[in-house]
Design a protein around this ligand. Structure first.
Ligand code: ATR
Length: 269
């Protein structure tokens, strides 16, 4: 019997998740289908009312439902802290959920720049939804967090939430000499938007520079870091590693993030 999983969101057509899961279904010989489930805000309640009869093993959740879907499921500790989810599975007759973005981010750092594990201080640029997952994961890993955001109030709010410190956007150059890990969580550098203009020269030579933007893979920020000989971590790693959590929960085995998978997803960018 073909097992059903899928992606709940609006819109969902642009998602790379079907490519990721199709690769793993083939590689591990799993008879399953990853379906796109476009549902608007006003349809969410009915969707969850009908969900049990639809025979799904689990779901990924994306915008605009990451926060609103949390009310229909039983949250794990990460989901509770973030108030936001992207992965739902069945456990003990209940729908359980987590946000796998933070775990995916940490796994991508481990894969692409394992030296990040000696980092004491991280400077996170941005204070949106992605920044919440990233700062929560880094704080949990014991890293001291500093957050700079264009709108300073959002940085203050997030810093208070994760036990970090907000710094002014204009203070970024002064911060850099003390930073071991720099993370861009904004959309700056994404295809079609302007780059994140930070002169990385004050960073120490051991610093790791990470960007959660994956289109393009080599953002202007990462190019600059590479040119300076710094270790870099691209955003594709986080996208691929966060998807492993759903696969584990739904099919009981840990899928590998390998070169073949990276190449398949890169071909869609
Ligand atoms: P996501 O959930 O993807 O993180 P978001 O909540 O809209 O999306 O957050 C986008 C982030 O990119 C925010 O930190 C935003 O800064 P503001 O809070 O000041 O809006 C940041 N961002 C987007 N465009 C930006 C720009 N042109 N300059 C600086 N920061 C920008």
């Amino acid at each position: 019997m073909t097992r059903r999983v899928g992606l709940l969101g609006w819109p969902v057509a642009h998602s790379r998740s079907p490519v990721i899961f199709a690769h793993w279904f083939q590689r591990y010989g799993i008879n399953a289908r990853y379906e796109l489930l476009p549902v608007q805000d006003h349809g969410l309640k009915q969707f969850f009312a009908d969900f049990d009869t639809m025979g799904f093993v689990g779901l990924n959740v994306t915008v605009p439902h990451k926060i609103s879907a949390a009310q229909f499921v039983d949250l794990d500790p990460v989901g509770q802290r973030l108030g936001s989810i992207n992965t739902i599975w069945r456990e003990d007759g209940k729908l359980r959920a987590t946000s796998s973005d933070g775990a995916g981010f940490i796994a991508s750092l481990d894969e692409q720049a394992p030296s990040w594990r000696s980092a004491k201080t991280a400077l996170v640029i941005g204070a949106g939804g992605a920044a919440i997952a990233v700062t929560d994961a880094l704080a949990t890993a014991g890293v001291s967090i500093r957050i700079a955001n264009r709108r300073a109030q959002r940085a203050e709010t997030l810093a208070a939430r994760v036990g970090g410190e907000a710094v002014l956007w204009s203070a970024i150059p002064r911060e850099l000499p003390h930073v071991d890990l720099l993370v861009n969580t904004t959309s700056l550098g994404m295809e079609g938007s302007s780059p994140l203009e930070i002169d990385l020269s004050p960073l120490p030579a051991h610093a790791v520079v990470s960007d959660i933007v994956y289109n393009p893979l080599n953002t202007p920020l990462l190019k600059q870091a590479e040119a300076r000989g710094l270790a870099t971590v691209d955003g594709l790693g986080m996208l691929l590693h966060q998807a492993t959590v759903g696969f584990e929960k739904w099919f009981g085995q840990t899928p590998e993030v390998d070169e073949a998978l990276r190449s398949k997803v890169i071909a869609t960018l």
